[in-house]
Design a binder for this molecule. Structure first.
Ligand SMILES: NC(=O)c1ccc[n+]([C@@H]2O[C@H](COP(=O)([O-])OP(=O)(O)OC[C@H]3O[C@@H](n4cnc5c(N)ncnc54)[C@H](O)[C@@H]3O)[C@@H](O)[C@H]2O)c1
Length: 444
């Protein structure tokens, strides 16, 4: 496996940092039972139907990590998660449990990995932090802006590591492309474009049916106010309902808008607008399948997002990516590679994609995920900030939430560039947070 930290190198690095040699920039103590660099970082994975199974495999393949719990409210997903750890080469069979809170009660667990649906991300992360666990939370880290603020605040109160699953932050050639932008390869970049195109089919009109055996629907809903079970939500299609999901803008936009924000070096916008609709089918799907969103920043830069969930025609030959336009040229991210063009559109530099394991359909491939997972465990051992630390990662998620609020209110939002808060618009601010099922309100 290409750039995964190999066990031998990992032990060398970990030993060096625990001796204060600062190989990985250690500053705070590693939070492990004995402090031994050879001790495994023990994780519990929450939600293993698809992405969580890929993460279970990724962590079980990672040197110095061990998956102790597979937590899912669906028995079939528990089976998938356990199988994934075996495929990852882990000999010890993890415990399969329905309620992740049991794993939070186990003192030997160092971290919770959250790959449940979006309405669970921030509430579960807050519960994990309260239990003293590090957190790897899938993108988007929140269901709404208020949850993002709560999570950042809670993380700030601890020395625990909170990393988001925007794994491109760890891809070597993408990191290099961002460095090229900073060094002026295209002059000052002033426009970044992010896009995603797919040919998702209709989810139809759901029927109210009884909850399938083996699924704890009450715990699946958790913090979200209760709704009757219907047959076109679980699994995956919850993404397209505002009650649990956040639409394509946060589902895939988070990855690519994060690249745009990183490359332009911006935080919060001054103006946000967004249009589109559920154009392709007439069914229960609530979020837009077609969405154009625009962000302006106070340093004369803009980000544009194009999401097409039901028409997969590629842009720049790719179904999803980000590109940058500057005074002297253009840089296009191409998976884990990039190309730079001059202002006459001549190719001046091309860095080819690194080969990845393409058998994984739940993310970009184990080999690329591995760098991000290794960055997380290294941060736990060394106390060094992970690349997708929550204060920063949340800014990209926040941009996506603002896009959805602009779409839902059909208004141009004016924002405070210091903190991303919407100014002078009560209707838009009504979408800042959400109602919770009584007893499930997240707390810092
Ligand atoms: N970083 C990436 O590239 C990437 C890729 C795919 C998905 N994701 C993210 O991962 C998350 C999961 O996506 P998915 O496609 O696997 O969704 P999914 O609906 O297929 O799976 C979610 C799983 O979570 C389980 N779950 C729900 N409530 C739970 C609870 N209380 N405790 C334990 N398990 C619970 C469900 O039963 C299900 O098995 C999403 O937020 C998505 O945005 C990230």
């Amino acid at each position: 496996m290409q750039d995964t930290i190999k066990r031998r190198d990992f032990i060398k690095q970990a030993a060096a940092s625990s001796m204060g040699l600062g190989l990985m920039g250690a500053s705070a103590p590693a939070i492990l039972k004995s402090g031994s660099p050879n001790e495994n970082i023990v994780v519990a994975i929450m939600g293993t139907n698809s992405r969580g199974a890929a993460l279970a495999q990724g962590f079980s393949r990672l040197a110095g990590a061990e998956v102790a719990y597979i937590c899912d409210v669906d028995e079939q997903a528990i089976t998938k998660g356990v199988k994934a750890t075996k495929e990852g080469g882990q000999k010890k069979v993890p415990k399969g449990i329905k309620d992740f809170r049991q794993a939070l009660d186990d003192k030997s667990v160092n971290a919770l990995v959250i790959a449940a649906p979006d309405h669970w991300h921030a509430p579960a992360a807050l519960m994990a932090l309260q239990a003293g666990k590090h957190v790897y939370v899938e993108k988007p880290c929140s269901h709404n802006p208020r949850e993002g603020e709560l999570l950042v605040e809670a993380a700030g109160h601890t020395k625990l590591v909170v990393q988001m699953g925007n794994q491109r932050r760890s891809w070597p050639n993408v990191v290099e492309a961002m460095q090229q932008l900073k060094e002026g390869a295209i002059g000052r970049p002033y426009l970044a474009r992010a896009w995603y195109a797919n040919t998702r089919t209709s989810i139809g009109k759901g029927k109210k049916v009884s909850v399938p055996s083996g699924l704890d629907y009450d715990l699946w809903q958790g913090p979200a106010p209760r709704k009757p079970y219907q047959d076109n939500i679980i699994h995956y299609n919850w993404h397209w309902f505002w009650h649990w999901g956040t639409g394509e803008l946060l589902n895939n936009g988070t990855h690519f808008i994060d690249l745009c924000r990183w490359g332009l070096g911006v935080d919060y916008p001054v103006r946000v607008s967004s249009g589109g609709g559920r154009y392709a089918y007439n069914d229960d799907w609530e979020t837009p399948d077609t969405q154009l969103t625009h962000y302006d920043f106070d340093n004369e830069t803009s980000i544009a997002w194009e999401g097409r969930s039901c028409n997969g025609h590629p842009l720049e030959g790719m179904s999803a990516s980000a590109s940058f336009y500057g005074e002297k040229g253009t840089l296009v991210i191409e998976g884990n590679g990039y190309t730079i063009y001059d202002n006459k559109n001549r190719e001046i530099k091309k860095v080819a994609e690194r080969k990845v394991n393409t058998t994984d359909t739940s993310g970009p491939g184990f080999d690329l995920d591995a760098d991000h997972l290794a960055n997380f465990t290294a941060a736990i051992r060394t106390g060094k900030q992970p690349v997708s630390f929550i204060e920063d990662a949340n800014k990209s998620v926040h941009l996506c939430h603002l896009g959805n609020i602009a779409y839902r209110t059909q208004k141009v939002l004016h924002c405070d560039p210091k903190n991303g808060r919407i100014m002078g618009d009560e209707e838009a601010m009504a979408l800042w947070g959400r109602e919770y099922e009584p007893g499930w309100e997240p707390q810092v």
